[in-house]
Design a protein around this ligand. Structure first.
Ligand SMILES: *[C@@H]1O[C@H](CO)[C@@H](O)[C@H](O)[C@H]1NC(C)=O
Length: 346
């Protein structure tokens, strides 16, 4: 079924978050108290019709930003996820556990809301959401996206969404993998001509909670150095590209005859053996004839619960270049030209 595939990129993230947050719940609560979430979205005047949205690094597990839906606005923390295509948030119709400790959208409190009878169902590795589709105004930074279709959750089975800091997900992949054929947010933004360039760019900060940013409609030169390497999108589903091979010290260790890879902001961590982690070398991803190297310090994280690595092979033979890769390489997702731009992050 399509949906088993569509959000597989989130499987690793959610499983990891579930485990990590369960074990570190006390720590995380304390941390968030000391670093209260600040939902500021700043407009970047460098660009005409571009808007930058501040992202919060949630314990290196995910990066989320704040959007608002409805009139007057109701705000939500969402993951800007290039590995899926639907926007959905919890709603007042939902009685599941994750809806008790997250913001819920109340359509009766928005005079711009339009209901539909269409349903939506999204399957994750450790859970799922089901709900109904509705239309309303979605505000992201300075972008006012009118008549945006989105999911209002009615059920959020399982417990993993209970433990995460974000309320919902804003998918930034292609419409072909959108559940119920719902028009993705960036497609609606492009259709309304709300951005001067049909692309968006991610800078993910490394250690601190602050400093990460997604820019809709522009490329911010202050976040990268050197040239941008452009790589064609090979399948307009996820942000899928072709990788030539993966090498360590010049020897091919995987993907010897080429393989598929996706650049996915919604995937953070995989579990690796801590003993192996200590001796892990730098790894080079050769893409479109250009080497992209990650030192082990970039991709191995020691935690109380064990060690995690930031890339891995998904069960659909897709290599996932997730958050740890994007922390090293400023990433531009160019819908206008169906290509991904990678440059050394500043
Ligand atoms: C890996 O791919 C690159 C092209 O990106 C190629 O130049 C190189 O020869 C390949 N490495 C090996 C060991 O095959």
């Amino acid at each position: 079924m399509k949906w088993a595939v569509v959000l597989c990129a989130l499987v690793a993230l959610t499983e990891c978050m579930h485990k990590e947050t369960l074990e570190e719940q006390g720590l995380l609560d304390e941390f968030l108290k000391k670093h209260p979430y600040n939902p500021t979205a700043k407009f970047n005047s460098v660009f005409a019709r571009a808007s930058s949205e501040t992202l919060t690094n949630d314990y290196d597990l995910s990066y989320f930003g704040v959007i608002s839906i409805g009139t007057p606005p109701q705000s939500f923390k969402v993951i800007f996820d290039t590995g899926s295509s639907n926007l959905w948030v919890p709603s007042v119709y939902c009685k599941s556990q994750p809806c008790t400790n997250h913001k819920t959208f109340d359509p009766s409190k928005s005079f711009t809301f339009r209901s539909t009878s269409r349903t939506v169902a999204i399957q994750y590795g450790t859970g799922a959401m089901t709900g109904i589709l509705g239309y309303d105004t979605v505000t992201i930074g300075s972008i006012v996206d009118k008549s945006q279709v989105f999911g209002l959750s009615e059920t959020e089975p399982g417990s993993f969404l209970y433990y995460v800091a974000f309320d919902g997900i804003l998918g930034l992949a292609y419409p072909s993998i959108s559940s119920s054929g719902a028009t993705p947010v960036f497609d609606n933004i492009m259709n309304q001509g709300l951005v001067s360039q049909d692309l968006f760019s991610f800078y993910l900060s490394r250690d601190s909670q602050a400093g990460s940013v997604v820019t809709f409609g522009g490329i911010d030169p202050s976040y990268y150095t050197g040239n941008i390497n452009w790589i064609p999108v090979t399948s307009q589903t996820y942000w899928e590209i072709t990788m030539d091979n993966i090498t360590v010290s010049g020897n091919v260790v995987a993907c010897s005859s080429g393989c598929r890879a996706i650049v996915d902001t919604g995937t953070s961590l995989y579990t690796v053996n801590c003993n192996n982690a200590k001796s892990m070398p730098e790894v080079t991803f050769n893409i479109n004839g250009v080497p992209f190297t990650l030192p082990s310090t970039a991709y191995v994280f020691q935690r109380t619960s064990g060690c995690s690595s930031g890339f891995g092979q998904d069960y659909n033979d897709l290599w996932i270049l997730g958050d740890v890769f994007i922390r090293i390489y400023y990433s531009i997702f160019d819908r206008g030209n169906n290509r991904v731009g990678l440059a050394q992050a500043a």
